[in-house]
Design a protein. Sequence first.
Length: 71
Amino acid sequence: MAQSIIFPSRPVEYTFTNSVSVTITHGLGYIPNVQVLLENGTVAFADVKHISVDELVVTFANAKTGTVVLR
């Protein structure tokens, strides 16, 4: 199957530690789907603000540790 410009062949992951806000400059050239996984494997609720097609900010109510997954 050919790689789609809308969905990359693999997710892009960014880890973070004890953060209330995470700024990611991903350079994908599109607004990706964002999922936040905590270190215990659960999905976190977060506010996601897309600054541009290449940058976003994820904000939590309190400090978290985990991974932001972009698709």
